[in-house]
Design a protein around this ligand. Structure first.
Ligand code: IDP
Ligand code: MG
Length: 150
């Protein structure tokens, strides 16, 4: 099924010059970028974005982290996009993330784990609506789709 997923290069990823590396990996996997913007997330949006984690011991640190500098917000579309990005991200705790994944290759600590990707189609929809306006999400066809799926 063709899905949309929300992906973010977190502030540490931007500071560590990993924007191109991360976009390149997702692009080469075969997904299509349909929205991209830099954004310094305001605190109230961050709190809504991570509402499911409110009350957890890492929550305050997480809000501080994600609002600490600009991030790159994106929507990627393609066959099984949600799972494809989750698998290339690696586990939340980089200590458990496999080499070859973004977190397994570029991160050491869950509090600085470089990338966000939606965990389900419904989370993706919620996150996209929170960060993007409808007019920022583009619809276009791209050459090569016949080489990606049957
Ligand atoms: P995910 O990003 O892999 O979906 P979640 O469990 O949804 O992981 O947690 C959201 C974010 O909260 C993580 O990406 C990470 O930045 C942060 N986080 C989660 N667990 C911890 C922790 O134990 N210590 C510090 N930060 C954490
Ligand atoms: Mg999550």
């Amino acid at each position: 099924m063709i899905e949309k997923t929300f992906v973010m290069v977190k502030p540490d990823g931007v500071q560590r010059s990993l924007i191109g590396e991360i976009i390149g990996r997702i692009e080469r996997r075969g997904l299509k970028a349909i929205a991209v913007k830099m954004y310094h997330i305001p605190k109230d949006i961050a709190e809504r974005f991570y509402a499911e984690h409110k009350g957890k011991q890492f929550y305050d640190g997480l809000i501080k982290y994600i609002t600490s500098g600009p991030v790159v917000c994106m929507v990627w579309e393609g066959e099984g996009a949600v799972g494809a990005v989750r698998s290339l991200m690696g586990k939340t705790n980089p200590a458990e993330a496999l080499p070859g994944t973004v977190r397994g290759d570029f991160a050491l600590h869950p509090g600085k784990n470089v990338i966000h990707g939606s965990d389900s189609i419904s989370s993706a929809q919620r996150e996209i609506n929170l960060i993007f306006n409808d007019y920022e999400i583009l619809e276009y066809s791209k050459i090569g789709s016949e080489w990606l799926i049957e």
